[in-house]
Design a protein around this ligand. Structure first.
Ligand code: ZN
Length: 235
């Protein structure tokens, strides 16, 4: 059998391999598995983000604790000074103004502390929800994974058989022709097309009669439009 016809036979086997490979990739179980995995990764990332926020807020709480202690000391010392006797009205006013300012700060610090504590509680609840969701989806993931493994092993056995058959079909084909086939396959699948009357069977473009004559005479000609290697119509 001539090279092109051998290559045509090989193409049938090669396309069967590709079809099964695509089928494996498109398997609904696999798609669900991928979706489930992505969801789990998202949940992990969300959990980490919250953890990061909590760490930042823990530092802020420490700083606030110090600020509150400092403000209390300042306030107490102002009160002590005022109690130890104020020598003038102006001084009394100044102490009062200062005490008010310190008290204002103290209040702000306490409010912020409360807010952060509430946020922390919210974050804890969120983390708890994430943990519950994660466990649920993790169980689902394991189930899907087991199902996919069974499916994959079965399909993979078939795939190996098809690949073996395709390899066997390369017998007698020159390396040059096989390389040419693979190169065309990079842009046009399948890489070979038969003439359909005067049209390329791959892209349906009409070919000049001189070209179809050359193809029928066994010349190696690629379609000008799609680049497929052309064979005469069905033998
Ligand atoms: Zn074409």
């Amino acid at each position: 059998m001539e090279q092109l016809e051998l290559l045509w036979e090989y193409q049938q086997a090669d396309m069967a391999v590709d079809r099964l490979e695509n089928e494996i990739k498109r398997s609904p179980t696999r798609q669900k598995l991928v979706k489930c995995r992505d969801y789990l990764l998202e949940q992990q990332a969300a959990f980490k983000r919250i953890e990061g926020d909590t760490t930042v807020m823990a530092d802020r709480l420490d700083a606030l604790k110090d600020a509150v202690a400092l403000s209390r000391d300042q306030y107490n010392s102002l009160v002590a000074k005022a109690e130890s006797g104020v020598d003038s009205h102006e001084h009394a006013e100044a102490y009062l103004a200062e005490a008010k300012r310190v008290l204002g700060n103290l209040n702000a610090y306490i409010q912020e502390t409360k807010r952060i504590r509430k946020d922390n509680t919210d974050r804890e609840r969120l983390q708890h929800d994430i943990k519950v969701r994660y466990a649920k989806y993790k169980a689902e993931f394991e189930k899907l994974k087991a199902a996919y493994e069974v499916e994959y092993n079965e399909k993979n056995g078939q795939l190996e058989e098809l690949k073996k058959a395709a390899r066997a079909k390369t017998a007698g084909i020159t390396k040059e022709m096989l390389d040419r086939y693979q190169n065309i396959k990079l842009h046009s699948v399948p890489p070979l097309a038969r003439l359909n009357g005067s049209q390329c069977g791959g892209c349906n473009m009409s070919l000049p009669s001189a070209v179809t004559r050359s193809i029928k005479a066994g010349e190696l000609i690629e379609c000008e439009t799609c680049g497929r290697l052309l064979l005469p119509g069905n033998p």
